[in-house]
Design a protein around this ligand. Structure first.
Ligand code: UD1
Ligand code: MG
Length: 470
């Protein structure tokens, strides 16, 4: 143990004085704001922001303190793209997920505070003369929005299940074909609440197709299959767009920020919009998520001091599923996942075994230049791709969607691995790790903003109206 321990100096396990002071100040301010929200109208969104700040401080310091403990328990990984192959604490996303879960649980009274008061005391109607039977009960529980509480609890439950799966995966390295479907089970509470609360299973048909298919098309049970597929896809797609410092967290932060931005558009409509409530609900889950994610990014950004683990990828993907299913905007989520969808579709040849898939496909670190290059899958003269695959690989190479190296006799020597990170390096040439992370994140912001633009503007052409009502 001492061997690894000498890597760990006080500076990596304790907070510096400046850090302690800033975190304490932030926490104190958040506690003050939180205490104040119980007076007056008590805007739950303000409470949520304050809890997000507290979650940031808690995650930030606990990652520092618990790193060595995680390493002692065997949760560690080698940073492969560095000169010194140092071991770092792995699975730090578990801390982020646990702090997050506590934050959203502590938050429960806030959005329901007024309802609780109204339902248990007659809510400001005390001067109204009450009937004897009501006075005896003293409660108007039928007024309490049980349905909303059920949605909220189902979300917490789905997030708890997925965190358990993630931690199990980080501990035991479960094979991907065994863990692939588990998010669908975690999403069952959400689907049940969706069934009871909304039950909307029809999709609006684009205007040009309406003469043939009618205005609405009812997908029925297929709609639930579709939502379960989104639940499977989102966490897994974030986990396979990984392997360079910071990228798991930055891609999640970008999606969360764009979803939150979209939510805010609905809050700012001049009159109460029917979808306002579900977008407020979505913000309650995204704000603390951003809090824990920024704290994690601080430690995971290049040069990383910790790894986030599969726990974080699954958990982040599930947060997006939760808000978009319960907010009834899963198609918007799909627009924001375009880079992940591309990465997944592009990965299919390796995921389904047409091309061998090594355990790790992350870019290759060139120790001489200190830059990342596309990693490759080697071929031997004995093991060559089958003719149709060989043709497809050469075509992809021609259109610059792959890098293929052939020997003099035209046999395959190596092909770059099928991930968007390697493809980006094929296009842009060798890059430093943080540069690659920034460029991919920037690309994602541009694509995501374009997705939202399409959602709200072009939707007007395809569908007679955008549900933003502007
Ligand atoms: C997924 C990818 C795999 C990629 C890996 C990297 C697929 C099918 N799987 O696998 O190709 O190599 O993520 O996370 O596409 N690591 C670094 N630097 C980083 C992040 C991770 O060196 O910035 C290494 C560390 O050794 C770390 C390990 O990757 O311990 C984590 O890999 P893990 O999350 O277990 O891989 P998978 O999610 O199974
Ligand atoms: Mg992973």
């Amino acid at each position: 143990m001492t061997g690894h321990h000498t890597n760990y100096h006080n500076s990596t396990t304790c907070l510096s004085q400046a850090e302690s002071l800033s975190l304490l100040a932030l926490s104190a301010a958040c506690v003050a704001v939180l205490a104040n929200t119980f007076q007056g109208d008590g805007y739950p969104l303000i409470a949520s922001l304050a809890l997000g700040g507290l979650a940031f401080s808690a995650t930030f310091s606990m990652i520092r303190w618990l790193g060595p403990t995680f390493m002692r328990a065997g949760l560690k990984g080698v940073d492969m793209s560095k000169h010194h192959k140092k071991e770092l604490p792995e699975c730090m996303g578990a801390i982020a997920a646990m702090v997050y879960l506590l934050a959203v649980i502590v938050f429960i009274p806030f959005p329901f505070y007024k309802d609780i008061v109204a339902a248990t005391s007659g809510g400001g109607n005390r001067d109204v003369v009450m009937h004897v039977e009501h006075v005896q009960e003293g409660r108007f529980l039928h007024r309490f929005p049980h349905g909303k509480l059920a949605s909220y609890l189902s979300a917490v439950m789905a997030l708890q299940s997925i965190s358990l799966l993630g931690i199990g995966d980080d501990l035991f390295d479960i094979r991907w074909r065994h863990k692939f479907f588990i998010p669908a089970f975690a999403s069952i509470p959400l689907l049940v609440v969706y069934f009871v609360d909304f039950g909307v299973t029809s999709v609006v048909i684009p205007t040009p197709l309406q003469p043939y298919l009618g205005e609405l098309f009812n997908l029925g049970a297929l709609y639930y299959v579709y939502m379960a597929s989104v639940a499977i896809f989102s966490p897994n797609s974030i986990n396979i767009l990984a392997g360079i410092n910071g990228i798991e967290v930055t891609q999640s932060i970008v999606i969360a920020l764009l979803l939150a931005f979209n939510d805010c558009l609905y809050l700012l409509t001049p009159y109460p919009h029917p979808a306002t409530d579900s977008h407020l609900f979505s913000l309650y889950f995204l704000v603390p998520f951003l809090g824990v994610s920024f704290a994690l990014l601080w430690h995971n950004w290049y040069p990383a001091r910790v790894f986030v683990g599969d726990t974080y990828c699954y958990f982040a993907g599930m947060v997006f599923v939760v808000v978009s299913i319960l907010g009834h905007f899963s198609k918007t989520l799909i627009l924001l996942l375009i880079p992940q969808i591309f990465n997944f579709v592009y990965s299919v040849p390796q995921l389904f075994g047409l091309v061998p898939c090594p355990r790790h496909r992350l870019p290759r670190f060139n120790a001489r230049t200190g830059l990342l290059e596309p990693s490759v899958t080697p071929w031997t003269p004995e093991r060559q791709p089958k003719p149709p695959v060989a043709w497809a690989l050469k075509t992809l190479d021609k259109v610059k969607l792959l890098r293929v190296t052939l020997d003099e006799e035209g046999r395959f020597v190596e092909t770059s691995n099928f991930t968007i990170l390697n493809l980006w390096l094929v296009w842009r040439g060798p890059l430093r790790e943080d540069r690659l992370a920034m460029e991919i994140t920037g690309m994602q912001v541009v694509v995501g903003l374009f997705g939202l633009f399409v959602r709200h503007r072009l939707a007007l052409i395809l569908f007679k109206q955008d549900n933003l009502g502007v």
